[in-house]
Design a protein around this ligand. Structure first.
Ligand SMILES: [Zn+2]
Length: 288
């Protein structure tokens, strides 16, 4: 599936792509990634930005968010993923938007660590409650370092993406999947741009739509939702078109590809101006 570039008069931003050091994965998680027939090739991508840029060109994708996060106990990702993501994105900083992470239980001074990441070239942070084993508002409840992460990101103008919705990776704790915890974050850090990843799929989509309508700083990404079923999951999508960002979650085992997902999205009955906001304009406001 190629040629979206020739359909659309503008480049697409896919804000949610996982180019990660898969070699760090713990065995049980690795087995899930290895269910993809192309897993060996995928594992090399974090070391080969040119190959990723070529895939983006073929799909008509101008920029991607390169999602990485620290989850040493559950996934196996060490704090070194930040250096790895920054090095990867440095190959084309105008097209590769590096997302890193500071896990407040594994950082001595979380605020200083956020500053250090910004210096490396990390442009945004990922918080993954079911894989990092704390709620997005855990700073209210025994994890003060998380407030330092948000405060510093707000001051430095770094958007924060929060995973919302369930995860089926081995060991993921879905009591942290409920996006309502992000309501506190949106209130306590009103100038911090938030992106609720996956719009709460599949159990919490109404909550995410509520939060996006309530808070000026809350956005949703539609990654991980099969695009053909997007309007069944999010019937009010056109009403919140200014708050929604395109994303695929590729190469999660359920996601076919950058171009395939994009083609399915373009086949939906949505006005061209709504498509363009979601595919490009909203993301460029957050990442000029
Ligand atoms: Zn993801």
């Amino acid at each position: 599936m190629e040629g979206a570039l020739s359909i659309l008069p503008y480049g697409v931003v896919d804000i949610h792509v996982h180019i990660q050091p898969w070699e760090q994965l713990k065995p049980a998680v690795r087995a899930r990634m290895e269910s993809r027939p192309d897993h060996a090739e995928l594992a090399r991508l974090i070391h080969d930005p040119a190959a990723v840029l070529a895939r983006m060109d073929r799909a008509g994708v101008e920029r991607i968010g390169v999602i990485n996060y620290v989850s040493p106990d559950l996934m196996g990702f060490t704090p070194e993923v930040n250096e790895i993501a920054a090095r990867f994105a440095a190959a084309a900083p105008d097209r590769l938007i590096a997302f890193g992470s500071v896990h407040p239980r594994y950082a001595g001074d979380p605020g200083a660590e956020v500053e250090r990441l910004r210096g490396l070239g990390i442009r945004a942070l990922k918080v993954h409650p079911p894989h990092q084993l704390f709620a997005a508002n855990a700073y209210l409840d025994g994890l003060p370092g998380l407030a330092q992460v948000y405060e510093t990101a707000q001051r430095l103008g770094m958007p924060v993406m929060i995973h919302t919705g369930t995860s089926v990776f081995p060991g993921a704790r879905n009591r942290f999947a409920d996006p309502m915890a992000a309501d506190d974050v949106a209130i306590d850090f009103p100038d911090l741009p938030l992106i609720l990843a996956h719009a709460g799929r599949p159990l919490y989509m109404d909550t995410c739509v509520f939060l996006a309508r309530r808070h000026p700083n809350v956005h949703l990404d539609v990654s991980g939702i099969p695009p053909r079923r997007l309007l069944a999951y999010l019937p009010r999508l056109p009403d919140i078109a200014d708050k929604v960002l395109w994303g695929t979650d590729w190469p999660d085992p359920g996601v076919p590809g950058l171009a395939e997902n994009l083609a399915d999205f373009l086949a939906l009955d949505l006005p061209p101006e709504v498509q363009r906001k979601i595919l490009r304009d909203n993301a460029l406001r957050l990442f000029p």
